[in-house]
Write a protein that binds this ligand. Structure first.
Ligand SMILES: [Zn+2]
Ligand SMILES: [Zn+2]
Length: 610
């Protein structure tokens, strides 16, 4: 039933998508599923340049692997994005033939758990008891990437990962390439149960879900249930089709592919479901196109005009080493009910996290400054005012601290007044609470953003390289400037740093032994982008830097001031910057002195090439 697509597709700016598994939960081969298919989740995406991305590796990965093998490639390079490690999304891994071919290179990405790496989770199913071949027998070179929410690039494809609502930690993926946007959201259920029937207003976390899928050319969305079936499936982590349609419409999605078909729904039932949805959309003259994903089906998305990356403004980086940030953080608990308190504290401990309980508002400020919490969990069992007062006190001390409310039912008025980020509705299972807490903790543990790339990046780099200054020896005429700066501002570190493509290289570095740093983690990369002086009085209070590796590890930066170095031709090549381990600030007169010093540094840099 597979139509053969070429191994690489180079049709203008066409992104090609092929569905290889559309079934949810368990493979369902048989006469009743011949049209929509019986294999579990697997989608192939190819950019116009031929970058190969496989999303999920359910049993559909087996025929995909066979196709790739028959194309005869023996130096194949591909990427696998795993949404989560439930079986229906990974069962094809041990049967995916290209992983066994020496010379092939595969990068496998999936959500980072706290207690197990992606590699351990994926290869657990290949233990001797379950499978005859061990992961050591993979012949290909395989690299595993543990992801948190954020943005990263796979060759010419920009990938944004976003947590979904599922009993296991699950990521949705937004792929942007060649001007086309494809978003994959399996497995996911509504955050708010009021949206289950596709009615009601989209708020809170569901609104963020909408933003994540915004204006996708193709949204591949979990639609395992109908609104009528959903009430008995709440908490199972799958969407009613009505919710998927509501989200797609609200987000101005062009095409919606319903997928993760319930194993109990045969081809005819899926057709009926789609017909009902189409009739409903036509009556409201909605431009949204809806169809049920069909195994083997190929879709080409052509975009004559290139869109810019939606996330070019700088986002969290998805493949961030976050252990140090996690180790520094804790969870605040305000839970009166002893059974709930025990359950939550056990869940938190099982995640290897510390927690602090508080019962009155006066403790909040001290606890927040002492323990740098990732999250507060507040039980709503007293009067409305108490809950709101507690949450307000939390936000007054840390306005970005996420607060999860525990309650018997959702109350949007209360949620808004309390500034709640999320709900934990009773009764909940421990595994559900654990997933929710883990997602929030990982999300807040990456409170640092990489800087966006300036629009004139290539010209800027050309100007920098023309100077011929990179990787030259240290010189007194530059060291004089950093020495003066450090003395004048009474800081331990002063740098003249030049921002190269992937690194910042220091022409002079007073107070640091390193000669360069990766660009992604440097503060100066932000200055290069904004082309203006940047002052960060306290990194702990700034969501761009709070968990930056240079903040949580040596040199433990708390204060930063950087002045841009801009050449006559307009290229911003680096900064003169000051760093301190104490929070502080500088006034406008001091800033003028920093500018004078930056001018001297710039003059020396320009003199360098002459
Ligand atoms: Zn699933
Ligand atoms: Zn699942």
């Amino acid at each position: 039933m597979y139509r053969d697509g070429p191994a690489t597709t180079t049709v203008g700016s066409t992104v090609r998508i092929q569905f290889w598994g559309t079934r949810g939960s368990i493979a369902k081969p048989g006469p009743s599923t011949t049209r929509h298919g019986g294999n579990t989740s697997c989608v192939e995406v190819r950019s116009a340049r031929g970058t190969l991305v496989v999303i999920d590796c359910g049993t559909g990965a087996h025929p995909l692997g066979q196709k790739l093998m028959s194309a005869g490639a023996n130096d194949l390079r591909g990427h696998i994005l795993i949404s989560h490690t439930h079986w229906d999304h990974i069962q094809g891994v041990p049967f995916f033939a290209p992983l066994f071919v020496p010379g092939n290179h595969w990068d496998i990405y999936g959500p980072k758990g706290l207690d197990q790496s992606l590699r351990e989770a994926l290869t657990g199913q290949m233990q001797y008891t379950y499978f005859p071949v061990t992961p050591d027998q993979f012949g290909a070179t395989i690299r595993y990437h543990d992801l948190v929410e954020g943005v990263f690039d796979i060759d010419d494809i920009r990938v944004t990962a976003h947590y979904l609502n599922h009993p296991a930690l699950t990521l949705g993926y937004r792929l942007e390439a060649d001007g086309a946007t494809i978003v994959y959201c399996c497995d996911h259920e509504p955050h708010s149960q009021s949206l289950a029937d596709g009615q009601g207003d989209i708020t809170g976390q569901d609104l963020q879900h909408c933003e994540f899928v915004q204006e996708a050319d193709l949204l591949i969305h979990d639609a395992q249930y109908t609104a009528a079936e959903y009430p008995s499936k709440i908490g199972w982590g799958h969407s009613p089709v009505e919710y998927a349609v509501k989200i797609a419409q609200h987000a101005h999605v062009k095409k919606l592919a319903l997928t993760h078909h319930d194993p109990l729904r045969d081809d005819h039932a899926i057709d009926c479901l789609v017909e009902t949805i189409k009739t409903h959309l036509n009556s409201g003259s909605s431009p949204l196109q809806v169809f049920a994903a069909v195994e083997g089906e190929i879709l080409d998305i052509e975009q004559p005009e290139l869109k810019t990356h939606k996330n070019d403004t700088g986002q969290f980086k998805a493949t961030t080493p976050i252990e140090p940030a996690l180790a520094e953080r804790s969870i605040l608990l305000a839970i009166a009910d002893p059974i709930t308190a025990t359950a939550i504290s056990e869940v938190v401990s099982a995640e290897g996290l510390r927690f602090n309980s508080f019962s009155n508002i006066d403790e909040v400020r001290t606890l927040i400054s002492r323990s740098r919490p990732s999250l507060a969990i507040v039980e709503h069992n007293a009067t409305l005012t108490d809950t709101i007062t507690i949450c307000q006190a939390l936000h007054q001390t840390d306005d970005e601290l996420p607060v999860v409310l525990i309650a018997g039912r959702e109350d949007s008025a209360l949620g808004i007044a309390a500034g709640a980020s999320d709900w934990l509705i009773r009764p909940f299972s421990r595994s559900f609470a654990r997933t929710k807490i883990r997602a929030w903790v990982l999300r807040t543990a990456c409170r640092w953003k990489r800087a966006a790339i300036p629009l004139d990046e290539e010209t800027r780099l050309a100007s920098l390289r023309e100077l011929g200054i990179l990787d030259t020896e240290a010189e007194e005429r530059f060291n004089r400037v950093t020495r003066l700066a450090a003395a004048l501002f009474d800081v331990p570190i002063a740098l003249i740093g030049l921002v190269d493509r992937d690194r910042q290289w220091y022409k002079s570095c007073l107070g640091l032994t390193a000669k360069e740093a990766p660009r992604d983690v440097t503060f100066c990369a932000h200055v290069i982008y904004v082309r203006e002086p940047m002052i960060v009085p306290d990194t702990f209070q700034d969501s761009r830097f709070a968990d930056n590796p240079f903040v949580i590890n040596e040199p433990r930066i708390r204060f930063y001031a950087g002045y841009p170095l801009i050449l006559d031709n307009g290229s911003c090549i680096g900064t003169l910057c000051l760093l301190d381990a104490r929070p502080r600030t500088i006034d406008h007169l001091e800033l003028e002195r920093l500018r004078d010093l930056a001018d001297i540094a710039l003059r020396e840099i320009c003199a360098f090439s002459q």
